[in-house]
Design a binder for this molecule. Structure first.
Ligand SMILES: [Zn+2]
Length: 259
């Protein structure tokens, strides 16, 4: 079964001259699954000729705006296209974000009473989240937000953040790291991965590559590129050959990886 990975946005916390914020569309047959919804994911899909109405589910890794802010516009685009056909949209969110997101969308008139399709807000839990047409999605908590706020006793915020594992009907497995706190957040995830979509903002390329050198991982595609590495693809590729001994792919907006 052919799987297409469309890179809609490959920047980290801020867009750069050539990268939008994080969003990846996984297309399998007639279905598309969106991993994060950094803006402008809907515009990117229009430009790339991707039928956003085929999106069955959106998986938000955590609530930073570079992973979430494209969601309202995606929903509006689906609605105004008039071509959703009433198919519900599943939106997987950190648990404490579900009801607040409903309220936020309501402020933009994106609600059950006005939309021609249902928004199903589903709180992310550790473990198997969804089995859809024999494609299995599971969530794995990581320390991305916890680490950022661990020394901030003055503020109280939810600290949920997740990586996702996607197993195809033929058992090939994709891991989408989302944002991590440390490479060891991936300890239970990466061995045996056929395609790793790995972030490169909260881990230095050399540290990620050294970590992966001892793991059984197939293809590696780097996303969520920190601005300091934005125009230094050649440097990352050189590190990869030196440390890792094989080629990796540095993600670019607008490219499709057939897997
Ligand atoms: Zn991010």
């Amino acid at each position: 079964m052919e799987v297409k990975i469309h890179l809609l946005g490959t920047a980290s916390g801020i867009p750069t001259w050539n990268r939008y914020t994080e969003s990846v569309a996984i297309e399998v047959g007639e279905n598309i699954y969106l991993m994060d919804a950094g803006e402008p994911c809907s515009a990117s899909m229009v430009r790339m000729g991707i039928n956003y109405n085929k999106i069955r589910a959106v998986f938000i890794s955590h609530m930073d705006a570079d992973h979430f802010a494209g969601l309202p516009m995606l929903i509006q685009t689906m609605e105004l296209s008039g071509k959703r056909g009433g198919v519900p949209l599943k939106i997987f969110l950190p648990p404490q974000a579900c009801e607040k997101t409903r309220g936020y969308l309501r402020m933009m008139y994106l609600m059950d009473e006005t939309l021609s399709f249902k928004l199903e807000m589903i709180p992310v839990k550790s473990g198997l989240m969804l089995e859809d047409d024999s494609i299995c999605f599971s969530a794995h908590p990581n320390t991305h937000i916890k680490r950022r706020y661990q020394s901030r006793s003055d503020i109280s915020v939810p600290t949920d953040s997740f990586s996702y594992s996607v197993t195809m009907p033929d058992k090939r497995r994709i891991v989408y790291t989302g944002d991590i706190g440390d490479v060891h957040d991936l300890d239970a995830l990466v061995d045996g991965t056929d395609l790793l979509l790995a972030e490169l903002a909260h881990v230095e390329p050399q540290d990620l590559l050294a970590y992966l050198a001892g793991k059984k991982v197939g293809k590696i595609v780097c996303l969520h590129i920190h601005p300091v590495w934005n125009d230094r693809e050649k440097d990352i590729l050189a590190l990869s050959k030196q440390i890792f001994g094989k080629e990796i792919v540095i993600g670019q907006d607008g490219i499709k990886i057939v897997f």
